[in-house]
Structures are given as structure tokens and as C-alpha cells.
Design a protein around this ligand. Structure first.
Ligand code: WQD
Length: 338
């Protein structure tokens, strides 16, 4: 079976391509290389022995999307990662986010609705919950008003998919990620460092390797046990495996609704200081950091209730925080040839 992975050379996309190939799927990856590198194809091949098919396509180009699907009529399923994902950038440049994240989704769905049946996995985010009232967060937690245009594009994307499902043969699963971190244990693929990292873990590894002078901890006056914000950090390989399981659920027509939603996290919250301490343990070196003010838009805490994914998908995160941090550190050292 041929599976389309959009954003297939990106961080989560590339790890999902590996897991799809491990399960025997034929994969075609499309990517516009705006936040990824063509070299990722070789990294995937070094892991699985198979180089996925690849086409450089920008999903904002409607005719390019139409041509792609007329050329590849034998696509059995689509996993859609391609999107802009930097919260801060989305505040500065909202139209880039609405055009890229919404138009691309619309053009994809317009092609899928032509098929007798279509199976669609959508990359969503726990950001749709904003600051949830109750921890751990279940899929029934209310959707809050988005804190950024990025988060809003995820909410709008989910609404578009839900409306389309009512009148088409498209079956979808929305996967709401918590905080993806780490890299493939082979250190052949990982999170590509383009520009100054916005996220905590790549900033930690770049500080540890000497690329950044010190890490700024955004706030230590939160109402948490140690004053720093709490998140659910999930290994990217655990996340990738969940996508394959979700896709297989749709292909086997095991879904109970046309749109199903799953939170993907470890179910455990970790504070920023806990992540730093865990990193110092796995890297066996002190991290240079300073406490500064809170970052605009950050929530106090967010960690997943994973009962639904455990029970219905039969999926549970396997890697620990330390293992995820260790894989991120191995990757950082590899790409800096240290
Ligand atoms: C984690 C914690 C920061 C950097 C975002 C998006 C989410 C998803 C993942 C795309 C927070 C603190 C961070 C730093 C710090 N993105 N931090 N110093 O904000 O939870 O989630 O990225 O899908 O949708 O919202 O992740 O890694 O940026 O921050 O203290 O230099 O680390 O304040 O508490 P976040 P993050």
C-alpha cells in the first residue's frame, strides 16, 4: 500500500516515514524543503535500507496538488504533517500561517474527496486546549480560544476536517501531540536545527554542545511544585509509531466514527527544571542556564490523559524522558561531528 506523508522530510514526518517502512508500507514523501533538508532522505535510507519516493511540492500550489494526485491514483492513505509550526513566528506573520496551514489542508481534502474512500491522519496539537482546567488533559477538555495564529490553524484545521467528513467518504483521525522531543536511536535523523531554536530541548542540546552561551528558563514563578512550567515530553519515535497504528485502524475500517481524536503524550508532566536535571544526568555535564521572565503565551501546565489512546489504539509511549533526552543529545553531537 502506498502512503503519502506530507512534510515527510520534517522532524515528526521523517520519523513516521521510517516506522511506515518498517511496517512494510510503500511511502511517498512530499515536502517543500522550507524547514527540512533533502539529506533526510539518505538518513531514512540508512535506517530502513529503503529510500522513500520523494517529490518537492508546495501544498499552497493548488495545481501542483491536483497534478500530484492525478499522477498518484494509488495512494491508500495520507498522513499530513506539512505546516508551519513556530508559535512566535505565527504571531509576527499570521497570513503566512493561515495561507500555508489552511490552504494546504483544503487543497489536500479537495483531492481526497474525489476518491471512493480516503484515510486521513491529521497532525494536531495540545495547543488547542490552551490552559486546560483539569490535569491530565482528556480529549473532551474544552477547546480554548487559540493563544496564537499557529494554534488557531490547528483548531480551524480540525473543524474543516470535521465538516468535510460529514459529506464525504474521508475518514480521519486527529492526533493531538503534546511536546515531541528526541531523535531516532540511530542518530541518522532528528530535529533539524534551523535558526535559533524556539523549543526547550533543542535549545538545551545546543547550549550543552557550546553553540548557545546559556539557556534562559522562562519563568520560575508559576504555581507549580518548583515554579517552572510543566509539559508532557514525548519521544518522537513513540509519536511516529502512533501514526502508523492510527492509519492501520482506518485502513482496517476499525474506526467507530468518521473523525476520531487522540491525545498523544506520555501521561507524565515534567517541569523545565526537571528536564534540565534529567539532561545533566544523561549528558553527565552541567547545563549553563539562567532564570528569566515568563514567555508571552505560555501555559502553566499541560500533560496528557492517555487512557483513550492506550485503550483504543493499543498504543502507549515506551521511552522515558531520560531516553528521549539522551537521543536528542546523541543527535546533537552527531550533527556537530563531536
Ligand atoms: C516548553 C517549556 C517554555 C524554550 C510549543 C508549541 C506546541 C508544539 C511544541 C508545534 C515551556 C520553556 C522553552 C526556552 C524555556 N509546537 N522554555 N526556555 O511552548 O510547550 O509548545 O512547541 O507543534 O504546539 O506550543 O514548547 O519547547 O517551546 O517550551 O524555558 O528557551 O520550556 O517556557 O515552559 P511549548 P517549548
Amino acid at each position: 500500500m502506498k502512503i503519502l506523508v506530507t512534510g515527510g522530510l520534517g522532524f515528526i514526518g521523517s520519523h513516521t516515514v521510517v516506522e511506515l517502512q518498517n511496517e512494510g508500507f510503500e511511502v511517498i514523501a512530499i515536502d517543500n524543503l522550507s524547514n527540512s533538508s533533502i539529506d533526510v532522505l539518505d538518513g531514512i535510507e540508512r535506517i530502513t535500507g529503503k529510500k522513500p519516493l520523494f517529490e518537492n511540492i508546495d501544498l499552497r500550489d493548488k495545481s501542483a496538488v491536483q497534478n500530484f494526485f492525478s499522477k498518484h491514483q494509488d495512494i491508500s492513505g495520507v498522513i499530513h504533517f506539512a505546516a508551519s509550526k513556530a508559535v512566535g513566528e505565527s504571531v509576527e506573520n499570521p497570513l503566512l500561517y493561515y495561507e500555508n496551514n489552511i490552504n494546504s489542508l483544503v487543497y489536500l481534502l479537495q483531492e481526497l474527496q474525489r476518491k471512493p474512500e480516503a484515510h486521513f491522519i491529521f497532525s494536531s496539537s495540545c495547543t488547542v486546549y490552551g490552559q486546560a482546567e483539569k490535569m491530565p488533559i482528556t480529549e473532551n477538555a474544552p477547546i480554548q480560544v487559540a493563544m496564537s495564529p499557529y494554534g488557531n490553524t490547528k483548531q480551524i484545521g480540525e473543524e474543516i476536517i470535521t465538516d468535510v467528513a460529514k459529506v464525504t467518504s474521508i475518514n480521519s483521525i486527529l492526533l493531538r501531540y503534546f511536546n515531541p522531543i528526541g531523535a531516532h536511536p540511530s542518530a541518522e535523523i532528528g530535529e533539524l536545527p534551523l535558526g535559533v531554536p524556539q523549543n526547550l530541548v533543542p535549545f538545551i542540546t545546543q547550549t550543552a554542545i557550546g553553540l548557545r552561551e546559556k539557556l534562559s528558563v522562562f519563568g520560575s514563578d508559576y504555581p507549580t511544585f518548583d515554579g517552572t512550567a510543566i509539559r508532557d515530553y514525548i519521544h518522537v519515535v513513540d509519536l511516529a509509531k502512533a501514526h502508523v497504528i492510527a492509519l492501520q485502524r482506518l485502513l482496517k475500517k476499525q474506526n467507530s466514527e468518521k473523525v476520531e481524536i487522540f491525545n498523544l503524550g506520555t501521561g507524565t508532566g515534567s517541569s523545565v527544571l526537571e528536564v534540565i536535571n534529567a539532561f545533566e544526568k544523561v549528558s553527565n555535564q552541567k547545563l549553563n542556564y539562567q532564570i528569566v521572565g515568563r514567555r508571552e503565551g505560555d501555559v502553566i501546565e499541560a500533560y496528557a490523559n492517555t487512557d483513550k489512546a492506550n485503550a483504543i489504539l493499543g498504543w502507549k509511549a515506551q521511552y522515558s524522558l531520560e531516553e528521549a533526552l539522551s537521543s536528542a543529545w546523541q543527535w546533537e553531537q552527531k550533527i556537530r561531528n563531536k
